[in-house]
Design a protein around this ligand. Structure first.
Ligand code: 4AD
Ligand code: MG
Length: 474
């Protein structure tokens, strides 16, 4: 008897071998003389069909085999007459865990994603979430592989920091002070000198600043870690806790940075296409069904797999912010937010450029200096910074990055303009005094990548346990 996971069983087990499979019941179907149990253990999208001939299993046991129950089945692997290639002729069943059909919430029918979000502890047992989690894993692995194969070092940057890397003030405070009765200074302010770290600290919004320290020593580094933003955006593209990948490369300029971003994204999409075939085919069908429900004019022209292939086969459109503003001003479409040079682009503008105008991924560069972060390199014109955003269909911004300001005086001045206290980033500024050099990097939002690759529409559905305003269950 060989204990075997279902992925391995389907891939390599020999007909007529005796096997033990374990898993959760997806469906049970009984007719007069035979019962079919579809078992899934999450190692693959595919179920293994287990066939119980009449009388083989005690009726009281059979009655306890319901959707959601966990079973250990012994049987013989046989060729199947049905759609699947193999099935198990059941010899015995051991019920490891029952699931009361009156109470188990995940029944074999279509549940809404809103409902499943409330059942995030059980939703990985559905086809869709199983597929998403496996693809998420594959992409995380591919990210490390890409960088390792290309000579980057993985740098672990801190989760708790005393600085605001983006200068946007969207931070979660980290403190051990008594919220009811915090110690006060003579001026009556909370006295953070008495806090755990002896100063104000928060959860990081980005590993970039520390990432730059690494790049200015090891040349090519990347970070891959959780980041936290207390922005109150209840959108389908924002999370309060998300994972970010941030490569940073010494001696790179904006052009190199764009080339890296494009090559990296294409590699990841290709990796998923090559290594997640079954899950992507499943999601492709799901995607097509969802599209059919939409009004014709809102339907995507592409299927999910077409969309992914299209992305790797075409060059991304590169253009400056200034030129993009012209395109948007000349657009026939009426935007909710008006556009003019100097305004930040809204998701509707980004999506117009990608989905309607260019119909492919777009890299926008050289944004007005006042709408981008303090660390971006100021251009000769004094009005723009060497920033880049990569915009993707259905997503909008998937990557944000820039060449960094390597000049000490200019950087200090910009930090001051943005109201960033020098004491909080003195170490960052010092790298511009000692052996500074041109360098560039970017941040890829991991969940936005997973959103794109899986064809899902809400970012809360591509992370196992989402964090967003008013929600930190599980
Ligand atoms: O554009 P952002 O804010 O850039 C940075 O944090 C830089 N420090 C990156 C760098 O240059 N090293 O964020 C980078 C990416 C965005 O393009 C987006 O994909 C994702 O992170 N992102 C979010 N994803 C989910 N939820 C949120 N609230 C996000 N905010 C940003
Ligand atoms: Mg950004």
């Amino acid at each position: 008897m060989k204990k075997i996971f279902i992925q391995q069983l389907i891939a390599e087990a020999k007909i007529d071998s005796n096997v033990i499979v374990r898993g959760w019941v997806r469906t049970k179907r009984s007719s007069k003389n035979v019962t079919f149990i579809n078992l899934n253990d999450g190692t693959t999208i595919h179920n293994i069909q287990c066939v119980v001939e009449g009388g083989q299993i005690d009726e009281t046991i059979l009655a306890k085999i319901n959707t959601g129950a966990c079973l250990e089945i012994q049987g013989k692997l046989i060729a199947s007459q049905g759609a699947q290639s193999v099935e198990v002729a059941v010899q015995s069943v051991n019920i490891l865990g029952e699931a009361d059909p009156e109470k188990y919430p995940i029944q074999p029918k279509k549940h809404s994603f809103e409902f499943l979000r409330e059942k995030a502890h059980l939703r990985p047992r559905t086809n869709t979430f199983g597929a998403i989690l496996r693809i998420r894993h594959a992409l995380a692995f591919a990210i490390h592989k890409y960088f390792n194969d290309n000579g980057f070092y993985y740098l672990h940057t801190p989760i708790i920091t005393g600085s605001d890397a983006e200068g946007a003030g969207e931070m979660f405070r980290v403190t051990t002070l008594d919220a009811q009765n915090p110690p006060k200074t003579e001026e009556g302010k909370v006295d953070y000198a008495q806090d755990f770290f002896g100063k104000e600290t928060n959860l990081t919004v980005s590993g970039q600043l520390e990432g730059e320290l690494g790049a200015l020593a090891l040349s090519k580094i990347y970070t891959f870690g959780p980041t936290f933003r207390a922005e109150n955006s209840n959108t389908s593209r924002h999370l309060a806790e998300f994972w970010m990948i941030e490569p940073e490369v010494a001696f790179n300029d904006l052009q190199d940075n764009m080339d890296l971003a494009e090559d990296f994204l294409k590699y990841l999409i290709r990796y998923a296409l090559e290594n997640c075939k079954d899950d992507l085919e499943f999601l492709d069908k799901r995607f097509a069904e969802e599209e059919k429900q939409k009004p014709t004019q809102e339907r995507s022209e592409f299927g999910l797999l077409d969309k992914l292939r299209f992305c790797i086969e075409n060059n991304f459109q590169r253009m400056t912010y200034t030129d993009a503003i012209e395109v948007l001003k000349n657009a026939k479409k009426k935007f909710q937010f008006p556009v003019d040079w100097g305004t930040d682009l809204q998701s509707e503008h980004e999506r117009y450029l990608v989905e309607k105008h260019f119909k492919k991924p777009v890299i926008l560069t050289d944004y007005p200096e006042h709408i981008k972060a303090f660390y971006m390199k100021l251009s000769e014109d004094g009005k723009t910074v060497r920033a880049m955003d990569v915009l993707f269909p259905g997503i909008g911004e998937i990557i944000g990055g820039s060449q960094r300001e390597e000049n000490y005086d200019k950087l200090k001045k910009r930090a001051h303009q943005f109201g960033i206290e020098e004491e909080s980033i003195w170490w960052y500024l010092e790298t511009r005094q000692f052996g500074t050099c041109p360098h560039a990097g970017f941040g890829l939002g991991f969940e936005r990548l997973v959103l794109f690759v899986t064809g899902m529409t809400n970012i809360r559905d591509v992370i196992p346990f989402p964090r967003y305003p008013k929600s930190a269950e599980f």
